[in-house]
Design a protein around this ligand. Structure first.
Ligand SMILES: Cc1cc2nc3c(=O)[nH]c(=O)nc-3n(C[C@H](O)[C@H](O)[C@H](O)COP(=O)(O)O)c2cc1C
Length: 274
């Protein structure tokens, strides 16, 4: 159960923690020096840390065994909105990767940022499998191609959307239409019992796609690999995720070859106001 640790001498009783708590489980009763959990508060606290994050005097800490004790500073200069807008427009799916590996520390650093992405009820149940060994990426891709072969016949949901036969031919010629010769695969996975598990994984994947280019690393969502990982038993077994866990969205990762000079055109905004 999380603990609320308050340094009474620092608390100004401003009430920001009470106001921000999403579960309304912090109270600041008349006459008390500092905030505290309501009677059922500790049991219901999701350790989102918003109370700690808003406190103007750092008087309050949320503590729980699962929390990483590392602390991070806010940005030294605020990010200009137009710079962020331009950065997001420049993010691209990378399909040509250099063969040299991205160091493990770099990937771990990226995932340590992605850890701050939202999750349902602040569950933070995402775990990561990184296939760092490029030979293993190729072996797993081969298994995904086996799945693709099984989808060649009519009736497959891929048929109307993708040129499955062409992809298999391309693989036979030595290309990699599934993992794009990426040196690494990054796979978020979680216990799918939780109602938001799938969305949590996809949001984490999206955050990785956003943060990676700032560190010179390219990514692409691996849709075909993902479908194979969910449907093809030999690939599922090769990934050997813990019992009850399923892969979230697979991300292809490596240093990009391509340099993009400007954002591409996109469909017009389709927006309804009510
Ligand atoms: C759910 C999903 C699955 C995707 N799967 C693949 C894939 O298997 N292979 C691939 O090359 N690109 C894949 N992509 C990338 C899209 O093709 C890409 O986002 C689109 O072409 C637009 O390019 P951009 O991301 O550079 O804006 C996928 C994207 C999404 C959202």
């Amino acid at each position: 159960m999380p603990d609320l640790i308050v340094t009474g001498t620092l608390c100004t009783r401003c009430g920001a923690c009470v106001a921000t708590c999403p579960l309304r489980i912090i109270e600041l009763p008349e006459g008390s020096l500092s905030p505290r959990f309501t009677d059922t508060g500790a049991a219901r606290c999701i350790a989102c840390g918003h109370c700690e994050a808003v406190c103007p005097t750092s008087a309050l800490l949320v503590d729980a065994p699962r929390l990483d004790p590392s602390t991070y500073s806010p940005p030294s200069t605020p990010l200009a909105a137009e710079d962020l807008d331009a950065y997001l427009r420049m993010r691209r799916s990378i399909r040509h990767f250099r063969p040299d590996p991205v160091p493990r520390e770099t990937i771990e650093g990226l995932l340590n940022v992605v850890r701050f992405a939202p999750t349902g009820s602040n569950r933070q149940g995402i775990k990561w499998l990184v296939i760092h060994d490029t030979a293993e990426v190729r072996r797993l891709t081969g298994l995904a191609v086996d799945w693709l072969r099984s989808q060649r016949e009519g009736g497959s949901r891929l048929g109307p959307h993708f040129n499955v036969a062409g992809m298999i031919r391309s693989w036979r010629k030595g290309n990699d239409p599934i993992c794009r010769n990426a040196p690494h695969l990054v796979i978020p996975y979680s216990d799918r019992q939780h109602p938001t598990a799938d969305v949590d994984s996809i949001i984490a994947a999206a955050h990785l796609e956003i943060v990676a280019p700032a560190h010179g690393v390219g990514t692409c969502l691996g849709g075909f690999f993902q479908m194979a990982a969910e449907a093809w038993e030999p690939l599922r077994q090769a990934l050997s995720l813990p019992e009850g866990h399923r892969p979230g969205y697979t991300i292809l990762l490596g240093y990009p070859v391509t340099t993009y000079r400007r954002p591409p055109k996109r469909n017009r905004l389709d927006l309804t106001w009510r």
